[in-house]
Design a protein around this ligand. Structure first.
Ligand code: BTN
Length: 325
């Protein structure tokens, strides 16, 4: 453990009381100026620490940043986030960073987090609004032993994990719009972008990225998405702890991934169906060069959408943009 982390541990162990500089210096065998340097770094990381010549140091408030050590504390997973959490204050896209790491051999369960993304990627080449400190932008590297055509199931699995997270920590009612939009009161609260590297019959790795709008006030959203997007803050009127949401998501994701890995997609699909009210809905599906309209019949065992068009034909929709009519 680094000296800075030991110092932080001593301040946390102080449990709401002052910890003298002399005590810290003696325990960590460092000089007063070294203590001061580490305190400054901790303050830069968002911890609120008071200092007094006489009394020493007082940890007034934990950081709101999604720092790896803070995430690991109390994280109840076996693999996800246990070994590698890569943290950025500011990066282009956590999916891009996770893909690079995965291509270099990063193990399954590697988590990439950013406080802010400058090129957050949405589905179908869209951008994902990613302001600093207000949302969760996280990507997880998976190395599933499945064939590439099964990869869409992982997206549905991740959308169930996000929905479970929101349901377990907030009073909100969520609805999943196929394949992976998490909606609250008809507006988008979270999205999932799954990217894969594969050969015909073998997946090298999968990156599952989630974006969750947590503490964005209304004016934070750009005008083009203000009517379409929402945040937990806007829906509940309360600020949420992003770190608790992130830990809970990793726990749900790992639980469902373990289930998936032993061949249990059926219960995940059933849960997805419970969380979605798509069947029976009249929709339009925009594909790259054409459009289908019809009524959703079901989601099949592969996670594909079954649509009955106006002529009564059943169509299997593998991907596309859905608009509720
Ligand atoms: C969607 O269009 O609904 C998917 C949005 C996915 C956004 C997340 S934010 C973290 C990860 N990194 C990205 O660049 N995109 C995903």
């Amino acid at each position: 453990m680094s000296t800075k982390d030991q110092l932080l541990m001593s301040l946390k162990a102080g449990k709401g009381s002052w910890v003298s500089g002399e005590f810290l210096g003696r325990n960590l065998t460092i000089s007063r100026s070294a203590i001061w340097k580490h305190i400054r770094t901790l303050k830069d990381e968002g911890y609120i620490i008071e200092s007094s010549r006489k009394k020493g140091y007082f940890l007034r408030q934990m950081t709101d940043s999604l720092l790896p050590n803070e995430i690991r504390e109390g994280l109840k997973t076996n693999v996800f986030g246990k070994r590698d959490i890569v943290y950025f204050r500011d990066t282009d896209s956590t999916n891009i960073r996770a893909e690079h790491l995965a291509a270099e051999g990063a193990p399954e369960g590697t988590v990439v987090i950013a406080e802010k993304q400058t090129q957050g990627k949405g589905r179908r080449g869209r951008y994902w609004f990613s302001p600093s400190g207000e949302g969760i932008y996280a990507s997880v590297v998976l190395r599933p032993r499945i064939s590439p055509h099964e990869a869409p199931k992982l997206t549905l699995m991740a959308s169930v994990a996000v929905a479970e997270t929101i349901l377990s920590l907030t009073p909100l009612r969520v609805n999943i719009k196929w394949p992976n939009d998490i909606l609250v009161n008809g507006k988008k609260l979270a999205g999932i972008l799954t990217e894969i590297s594969a050969e015909m019959d073998r997946i090298h790795y999968v990156v599952i990225g989630i974006g969750v709008n947590v503490n964005m006030p209304c004016e934070s959203f750009p005008s083009d998405i203000r009517n379409l997007a929402t945040s937990i803050l806007l829906e509940t009127g309360e600020v949420s702890q992003r770190i608790t949401l992130l830990r809970t998501y990793l726990e749900w994701l790992e639980m469902y991934y373990e289930m998936f890995s032993v061949g249990g997609f059926h219960p995940i699909m059933n849960r997805w169906k419970q969380l979605s009210d798509m069947p029976g809905k009249q929709i339009r599906v925009d594909l790259i060069d054409h459009t289908h309209e019809g009524v959703v019949q079901d989601i099949d065992e592969d996670g594909f959408l079954i649509l009955k068009d106006h002529e009564g034909n059943l169509r299997k929709i593998i991907s596309g943009d859905i608009t509720l009519c």
